[in-house]
Write a protein that binds this ligand. Structure first.
Ligand code: 5RP
Length: 291
């Protein structure tokens, strides 16, 4: 029987205080459902509004990329220093400890290897498996201007439909063909198409000129990929400029795990992304933590 004796009487109804109706800290995301917002808030830090995603999904088309030959040895020690892990389900299940508190962005597109036409991807993970793995977002490559442009866009829209059904955000990754120009005009086109067709956030590359026009006309958050390995100070300068020009974080791989001191580099990137550090101050931090 319910214990109804000695119940505390209601005391304060706050009748003259309107209920708080908070907005959501990420642009373009305020009208999403609770589960979707909750997952985004596990990827992006609600305090800084930004994220440091550690990308190590390269093997899904490149095989054992330099620095990723033994993920248990090289990447697992980095996990505590990242906000989010971007990886494939194979690596997640075989290498990443299941007790990690980190949010997972699962690579769900795939198909061709570097030996074939890369834009010919399909959806390579069933939504049920993404749910089973408790992921916070699904990442899909979109090849605007590529040979299989339409198919890659439709991969994305199918995932957006599934993601909306189950409350899982979709990260559209804008992939640029080798012979295509990487400039603000191209990225304005690519990111806007992905956002218009429903992507919840978008990964793109930083460009030196007019990157702020890319972030400004994209209605949802943008994060930048790191790209090929460059000297640490240069990578930190790129991250600083991207954040200053409207990016909400980085999804960085090779510039972290191919650094001589990956943990120091990850900490330096965090200082830029979350604490507003200058590239020079972050580079000093890198040097002090190196080794
Ligand atoms: C591969 C990816 C990678 O995750 C992305 O390119 C980030 O890694 P990097 O900083 O090494 O470029 O999406 O398609």
């Amino acid at each position: 029987m319910a214990d109804l004796d000695g119940l505390k009487p209601n005391k304060e109804f706050f009748t003259d205080v309107p209920q708080e109706t908070e907005g959501f800290f990420l642009k373009g995301s305020n009208q999403l459902d609770w589960g979707m917002k909750n997952r985004l808030a596990r990827i992006f830090n609600p305090k800084s509004g930004n994220t440091v995603m550690l990308a190590f999904d390269h093997g899904y088309f490149m095989g054992a990329t330099t620095g990723l030959e033994r993920i248990d040895q090289t990447i697992n020690p980095l996990i505590p220093h990242a906000d989010t892990l971007m990886l494939t389900r194979g690596v997640l299940r075989s290498m990443v400890p299941a007790d990690t508190p980190k949010s997972i962005v699962l690579r769900v597109s795939g198909g061709p290897s570097i030996l074939k036409e890369l834009s010919n991807e399909g959806i390579a993970v069933d939504i049920e498996d993404a749910i089973r793995l408790n992921v916070c977002a699904m990442a899909v490559q979109v090849f605007i201007g590529g040979e299989y442009e339409k198919e890659s866009i439709l991969n994305m829209t199918k995932l957006v439909d599934l993601g909306n059904r189950y409350g899982i955000p979709v990260l559209a990754v804008t992939a640029v063909g080798k012979d295509m120009v990487r400039d603000a005009k191209y990225f304005r086109l690519a990111t806007r198409i992905c956002a218009e067709l429903g992507a919840h956030y978008i990964k793109t590359y930083y460009v030196d000129e007019d990157f702020d026009t890319v972030t400004s006309c994209c209605p949802v958050p943008i994060v930048i990929a790191g790209g090929k390995k460059r000297p640490e100070l240069d990578a930190l300068k790129m991250a600083r400029s991207a954040i200053d020009e409207g990016a909400r974080g980085v999804d960085m791989g090779r510039n972290i795990f191919q650094s001589d001191s990956p943990i120091a580099m990850l900490e330096a990137v965090r200082a830029v992304v979350h604490e507003g550090a200058s590239p020079e101050a972050a580079f000093e931090l890198f040097n002090s933590k190196k080794g």
